[in-house]
Design a protein around this ligand. Structure first.
Ligand SMILES: [Zn+2]
Length: 109
């Protein structure tokens, strides 16, 4: 799976953007995100955005072998720092009937 890394701040987007929402940078580099990664940190949200069905919502930052770090939803009940995860793509939420997709990570095996 491919991502787009901002050359200004390192933020990785799932879709190609014109301007980085974090730093306003306009240069992006394609990065290849291999299937396996490791969880660096996570948080559980009990107050979630409109249209989110998973409660609580677990968000985590994962790191791939090439050093790329990505924020995404963790789809597991049991979550611990350092656990191995696998990249997936899935539905994040529905807003006004519009489906929003993005990075999701699920446990290995
Ligand atoms: Zn940026």
């Amino acid at each position: 799976m491919k991502g787009f890394r901002c050359e200004g701040c390192g933020w990785i987007s799932t879709v190609k953007r014109v301007v980085c929402p974090r730093c306003g940078g306009k240069k992006f580099q394609e990065v290849y995100l291999s299937g396996e990664c490791r969880l660096l940190t996570f948080t559980r949200l009990y107050a979630v955005s409109e249209g989110v069905k998973d409660m609580p919502l677990t968000l985590g930052v994962v790191e791939f072998d090439n050093g790329a770090r990505v924020l995404g939803q963790i789809t597991s009940e049991k979550v611990s720092v350092g656990m191995k995860l696998r990249l997936a793509w899935g539905l994040l939420r529905v807003v006004d009937g519009k489906k929003i997709y993005g990075f999701k990570f699920k446990p290995e095996n």
